[in-house]
Design a binder for this molecule. Structure first.
Ligand code: AMX
Length: 438
């Protein structure tokens, strides 16, 4: 008999949660570090403040999902028939359950996502109310909220569900939302850029192939790109803006739709997920200024210095935690070198990579001069004709759902409480300093 994903979740995570809760209560006085004024002022950098099971970021090594690095996952996760990139269903299973899935687990999950993917008509009508030139992230966040009208968690809460069962409707909402997002995103894409020529979902396909199909792309290479893209953007531990916002809002027992929409509102910021569109805008402006072709290192250096002089950031470079080239950048570069070594924009991305770390590394205040995930992703999409770069953050968001909604379900299973850190005024700090008690 096939065990459902939900049963597997219940039999593993719920048991672990009970054991862990006991462990915490026996060790609640354990010190996890000290907080400095510098950390408080710099956006809580490096301050441990939450528990996230799905992934952990090491500054020197990059992200590990339940202990597995990106190169390991590209090798170990199940693939589509004839494919070489991991199926994102596999990383969803891994993050939710904590162990690698079998081929059968992943096939069953593809089918489960397809089964849950229907979107009620009123959601499309909400989207149709927006002017066509509304930024896709506005439409995406609003569409997610509209889907929340059918939240099983909110309905169960209204009926008086016992708190030990919260995880169950949260699991349902999270899986439903993950299943619906490709359709929602594709609808936004086709209404915004394809004169409302919508494409019906593909039956029996994996999550990524179906998504690529609904965007209008059926080439095997685009499917492979989508599988890689949706896998590597899935999670980046708990403190990044989209994960933290989802977690924070969920801690008030807001349903998965409210919580994830908040996460997406954070992803829409140019210092976070919107950087993927900003990178391409920045590169295309450079290209246009120079009249096309591959810019020289000197031309790129001059453009970078001008960007900084104008008080702007160089998009796609830097990170709040990482202190090396992002392995997600490397995975995409590897894909590009295999499938599109002569692509113009990819070659510019690689030349920018030769130049930028040297310049940013010479500026003392910048902690990390290396490229992040967003420095490469847009070039791959452009290559296959996904040229509408203000849509790119939506793609990031579809992937990010896998991690943050897994964690949201786990958080309810663990019974994590409402998040409510303390805050202080600058007068409080001044008084503390003058009293000589740092
Ligand atoms: N270009 C120019 N200046 C940069 C820079 C960059 N790429 N990265 C950092 N700096 C500047 C900061 O703006 C800050 O300046 P300030 O003190 O005058 O405000 C200073 O260097 C110190 O910053 P930091 O401690 O090194 O980084 P941070 O943790 O404050 O910020 C990040 C991290 C990602 C927001 C920043 O590096 C940045 O703005 N990068 C460009 C935007 C980007 O690519 N964002 C995507 C990140 C990945 C993601 O979330 N998807």
């Amino acid at each position: 008999m096939n065990i459902s994903l939900k049963d597997t979740f219940a039999s593993t995570i719920l048991t672990e949660a009970t054991v862990f809760k006991q462990l915490v209560s026996e060790n609640s006085a354990l010190k996890l570090g000290e907080i400095t004024l510098g950390q408080v002022y710099s956006g809580m950098k490096g301050m441990i403040g939450m528990i996230t099971e799905t992934s952990k970021l090491d500054p020197a090594e990059g992200i590990r999902f339940r202990g597995y690095s990106i190169p390991e996952l590209r090798e170990l996760l199940p693939k589509a028939t004839g494919g070489t990139e991991p199926l994102p269903e596999g990383i969803l299973y891994l993050m939710l359950i904590g162990s690698l899935p079998s081929e059968e687990d992943v096939k069953a999950l593809s089918a489960e996502l397809e089964r849950r993917s229907e979107i009620p008509d009123f959601v499309f009508k909400v989207l149709d109310g927006f002017p066509k030139d509304t930024h896709p992230m506005v439409q995406f966040s609003a569409g997610i909220l509209a889907l929340g009208a059918r939240s099983e968690f909110s309905a169960a809460y209204a009926k008086g569900i016992h708190k030990k069962n919260y995880w169950d409707p949260m699991f349902e909402d999270s899986l439903n939302l993950i299943s619906q997002l490709p359709r929602l995103a594709a609808y936004i894409y086709c209404r915004t850029y394809r004169h409302d020529k919508h494409i019906a979902p593909l039956k029996g396909a994996d999550w990524s192939a179906n998504f690529a199909h609904m965007l209008g792309f059926d080439q095997e290479e685009v499917r492979e790109l989508m599988r890689l893209y949706l896998t590597i953007h899935a999670d980046h531990e708990g403190g990044n803006v989209s994960a933290h916002a989802t977690h924070l809002v969920g801690s008030a027992l807001s349903n998965a739709y409210f919580s994830f929409s908040s996460g997406m509102n954070g992803l829409a910021g140019p210092l976070h997920g919107l950087a993927n569109q900003e990178v391409i805008r920045w590169i295309l402006e450079l290209q246009q200024e120079l009249g096309g072709g591959l810019p020289t290192q000197e031309q790129i250096a001059a453009y970078v210095l001008r960007t900084i002089d104008e008080g702007k950031v160089v998009p796609g470079y830097g990170h709040a935690v990482l202190r090396k080239t992002d392995p997600r950048f490397e995975a995409q570069m590897d894909f590009a070198k295999k499938y599109m070594p002569d692509d113009d924009i990819c070659n510019i991305v690689w030349r920018v990579y030769e130049v930028v770390p040297g310049i940013l590394g010479s500026i003392k205040k910048i902690q990390n001069p290396w490229p992040n995930v967003d420095a490469h992703s847009g070039a791959l999409l452009l290559h296959y004709g996904i040229k509408e770069y203000d849509f790119f953050t939506v793609l990031f968001g579809v992937s990010r759902s896998l991690g943050v909604l897994s964690q949201l379900t786990i958080s309810r299973a663990m019974g994590l409480p409402i998040e409510r850190p303390g805050s202080i005024t600058s007068d409080w700090i001044r008084a503390k300093i003058s009293a000589g008690k740092p």
